[in-house]
Design a protein around this ligand. Structure first.
Ligand code: NDP
Length: 285
């Protein structure tokens, strides 16, 4: 069986090139560039690296925007005030608050404060509700990136069994909904799932978003399955590894995403796409 390594980096690059061209046209049409503001609180190294990648992508795509770096000690009220100011600024199309936030800040209160029409992460309760109702919304970036990879690789979805390991609000739950929308039969597995290996082995499409290095081993994968590894885990020597044991799983999978270079770059490309969506919806209102 030929293994297909899904090159998320390349697919994301092509998407960003398309967006870059689109931005040039939109800027000419509407008289200003799309604008994404990114707010980072504190100095979590992983968050700083994600934010750097996001800013780099906005620059590449030709967006306007600002990086607002705030000290770890920033109060919740101060953060809410900054968000409110961006909500009211007509030149801002997207507001992204990098998570996680310091423990003294209530994350949900911050998410709730972002205007749903500038919510490029798609985490606002109104956008979450719209996703589950099947209404027009902003879809969270990582789940949308996963679906784009499945589409790009022409993975058949209708009637197939998709197993999603992990049930977070940012990955597991929304990707399960998107797979359901594509007529997969969906199982969501989590830390209390009995016999996870047996459940995973029934998957035609296995999406893993847990945050435990190499937890999915070859004995948990059906031969020929498409395996999407969302995990980003830092080893002690600073390398990134996924939740899937790539070495042992790749030879039996039909297709598999590497870490790094799989889902990660797609998340950023989809953030660019969501920013354009927010911009266009605001401009057309
Ligand atoms: P969370 O920690 O929010 O959720 C982890 C999920 O995994 C939970 O639902 C948990 O179950 C489940 N889980 C934990 N242990 C086990 C186990 N032993 N067996 C089965 N399920 C288990 O993580 P996120 O969804 O935020 O992120 C998951 C991973 O994806 C992380 O490595 C993160 O860094 C990465 N990530 C990557 C992104 C990208 O762009 N590539 C974007 C976002 C995240 P329970 O609910 O029962 O506790």
């Amino acid at each position: 069986m030929g293994i297909m390594i899904i090159d998320g980096k390349q697919i994301a690059q092509t998407i960003k090139e398309d967006i870059r061209e689109q931005v040039a046209d939109l800027t000419a049409q509407y008289g200003r560039k799309p604008c994404l503001d990114v707010i980072l609180v504190g100095e979590n190294p992983a968050s700083m690296s994600y934010v750097r990648s996001k800013i780099k992508a906005t620059e590449y795509c030709g967006f306007d925007g600002e990086l607002i770096s705030l000290p770890e000690t920033t109060s919740q009220d101060e953060l809410l005030r900054i968000i409110c100011e961006r909500n009211n600024n007509n030149a801002v199309d997207g507001i992204l608050v990098q998570l996680p936030l310091p423990a003294h800040i209530n994350e949900q209160a911050v998410i709730n404060a972002i205007s749903p029409e500038k919510d490029v992460d798609g985490f606002h309760p109104l956008n979450v509700a719209r996703l589950w109702l099947g209404d027009e919304t902003i879809v969270p970036c990582t789940p949308m990136g996963i679906m784009a990879l499945l589409e790009e690789t022409k993975t058949p979805l209708q009637g197939r069994h998709a197993v999603v390991v992990g049930r977070s609000n940012i990955v597991g739950k929304p990707v399960a909904k998107l797979l359901l929308d594509k007529n997969c039969t969906v199982t969501i597995a989590h830390s209390r799932t009995a016999d996870l290996a047996a459940v995973c082995r029934t998957a035609d499409i296995l999406v893993v978003a847990v945050g435990r290095p190499h937890m999915i081993t070859a004995d948990m994968v059906k031969p020929g399955a498409t395996v999407i590894d969302v995990g980003i885990n830092r080893t002690v020597d600073g390398h990134l590894v996924g939740d899937v044991d790539f070495e042992s799983v790749a030879p039996i999978a039909g297709a598999i995403t590497p870490v790094p270079g799989g889902v990660g770059p797609m998340t950023i490309a989809m953030l660019m796409r969501n920013t354009i969506t927010c911009y266009q919806r605001r401009m057309n209102k």
